[in-house]
Design a protein around this ligand. Sequence first.
Ligand code: VGL
Length: 234
Amino acid sequence: AVGGTAMLAPALRAAAATIPAELRIRPDGASVLLVVDVQNCFVAGGTLPVKDGNAVIPVINRLGHAFNNVVLTQNWHTPGHISFASAHPGKNPFDTSTVSYGTQTLWPDHCVQHTADADLQKDLQIPHAKLVIRKGNHKDMDSYSAFMEADKKTSTGLASYLKAHGIKRVFVTGLATDFGVAYSALDARAAGFEVYVIEDATRAIDLNGSLAAAWRTMKKAGIERIRSEDIVLS
Ligand code: VGL
């Protein structure tokens, strides 16, 4: 770990009115900001809006200035995608279905390729972001994660890209905490990166306790849960 309040006991951190500069994390050339799925589909007015999802945008815009390396992801589904309830006769959104790679949660039709709904949200302002990973683009397989599709075998290539650029630390933000963010964070950790989730730069769907489960799983994997004020912005 690089230091910072991630290492402080939560009670101690909560007690600190402001975080002393020496305890904050300064992103360096080996750090990347990963911005997951900040798209029209996942915010107000979209097809699968995450509650309060728009609130992550100003936080992510501020964080963007502190990172030379920024990667965005975009959920990019075919029409009739396997994750859509409409593709499973008799099923409704938020039901599950058994598919070749396990249990698939079924969603309303969302983030369809080349629709305005799938566009990055226009208020997201990170002009220096170099790479956009489009994921979930195979009709018969979902991909919450920016790194590995749902079969846990098909790579998006992101881990290799980051390693080729000397990245060691991945800071994850975006939507949704308990799906795209958590799956990306866990895969980043499995690929050998140091991983931080910036909690106030995420919002959750929280389906049947999925949010608490995601934080539990991430903690067990050694992922640091931090807040945007833990990061030195200049
Ligand atoms: C996601 C729900 C459905 C996500 C994707 O990436 O967070 N959530 N599809």
